[in-house]
Write a protein that binds this ligand. Structure first.
Ligand code: MG
Length: 211
């Protein structure tokens, strides 16, 4: 059973796995790093992803994604799970060369993170409390070759902690999506590549990068 994507906001968490923080020589964050993408970035499985024209180094970041089913503010870590309606995996596609330039200048990341087709997303699976959010294995392959393997048990900030942190600033709306960060192994995508993402919770989903 799958749920339709109906979202008006996408929250993304950066630097949430220590191995990935280290591979990009970033600082370990003291609180979740939050940025956003517009919902027009979403790409359903199997649709083509056009290589963006304003950068060279397109990188994959496979992430567990949750969707909110309750409007309001999360007031505690214990309460957070009751706000989750659905779960899946997705890609936080990133133009790393563009991001590096923006970071050096202290500028916002939208050009590097929120471009067209930058949020491929798998089919949503209804969430229930039998699903353990702290033991989800997931990963991605490019042209059949393993690139990233991760487990949500290695997050610096757990999914409930992320929801609580977002709630200190924003009031959740039904349909909000949260990309929860990527493990190590981020790497380049080129025109013609096929990227497949998978987890032990969901089906696998794939996309092709086109010219
Ligand atoms: Mg990411």
């Amino acid at each position: 059973m799958t749920t339709t994507i109906q979202s008006t906001r996408i929250f993304c968490i950066g630097r949430n796995y220590l191995d990935h923080v280290n591979e990009l020589s970033n600082q370990r964050p003291a609180e979740p790093v939050i940025f956003m993408k517009p919902p027009t970035c979403l790409v359903k499985p199997g649709l083509p992803i056009q290589f963006p024209k304003h950068g060279q180094e397109l990188q994959h970041e496979v992430e567990v994604v949750v969707q909110i089913g309750t409007a309001g503010y999360v007031k505690s870590v214990e309460e957070a799970k009751t706000f989750i309606a659905a779960i899946t995996i997705g890609l936080d596609l990133t133009l790393r060369d563009v991001q590096s330039g923006l970071k050096q200048k202290g500028l916002p990341w939208e050009k590097a993170k929120a471009f067209e087709n930058s949020a491929p997303i798998g089919d949503l699976l209804p969430y229930n409390d039998q699903i353990d959010l702290e033991t989800i294995s997931f990963g991605c392959r490019v042209n059949g070759q393993e690139r990233q393997v991760g487990n949500t048990g290695n997050m610096l900030f757990s999914i409930p902690e992320i929801l609580l942190a977002i709630s200190t600033i924003w009031k959740f709306e039904i349909g909000d999506l949260i990309y929860t960060g990527t493990p190590a192994g981020v790497g380049s995508l080129n025109t013609g590549d096929e990227i497949e993402i998978y987890s032990d919770l969901t089906d696998s989903f794939s996309w092709r990068i086109t010219d």
